[in-house]
Design a protein around this ligand. Structure first.
Ligand code: SF4
Length: 157
């Protein structure tokens, strides 16, 4: 069992929890080449793995084809979420700042994956406003339901 610390932007971890809540238990590589599949599997195997909070680029971004060694250079198309920043790195930072405020946490704080899931469960409240530029109310409701289920998946490992 590895105990290497995972560096994780909060919104990326939330996305992983949502995928668990939607039923994902096995994970295929994404065309971007990022590490969502490997870290999603690892967290299920090692729910007490240390997770240090950060911003993008994080441990998920490191192998991604959009990571240039310093930044994410992915840009959203004009038709996607017009009220959101075009640069994915900028949008991610906006989401993560909202999550930090919500969680009462700061970059550099370290939790176990299970402990961070618990913190999210305790403090997430209504999450629709965090994603207001990019998801409809219906999407937010579905994501929140899956987030609750996904947290339970990690807590019960
Ligand atoms: S934030 Fe950018 S670099 Fe990180 S995984 Fe997503 S597309 Fe890749």
């Amino acid at each position: 069992m590895s105990t290497d610390t995972i560096t994780m932007a909060p919104h990326h971890y939330v996305d992983i929890l949502i995928s668990y809540g939607a039923g994902a238990r096995t994970f295929a590589p994404h065309p971007y080449g990022h590490a969502v599949h490997t870290l999603s599997a690892r967290i299920l195997e090692e729910p007490d793995v240390p997770m240090r909070l950060g911003f993008c680029p994080d441990g998920i971004c490191t192998p991604c084809r959009f990571y240039d060694g310093a930044r994410c250079n992915d840009i959203f198309p004009p038709e996607f979420a017009p009220a959101a920043p075009r640069a994915k790195m900028e949008l991610n930072r906006m989401l993560d700042l909202r999550w930090y405020e919500r969680l009462g946490a700061r970059p550099g704080d370290t939790f176990t994956a299970r402990g961070l899931a618990e913190r999210i469960r305790e403090r997430m409240g209504e999450t629709a406003d965090i994603y207001r530029e990019i998801h409809t109310d219906e999407e937010c409701a579905e994501r929140q339901a899956n987030l609750v289920r996904g947290i339970a998946v990690v807590m019960e490992r």
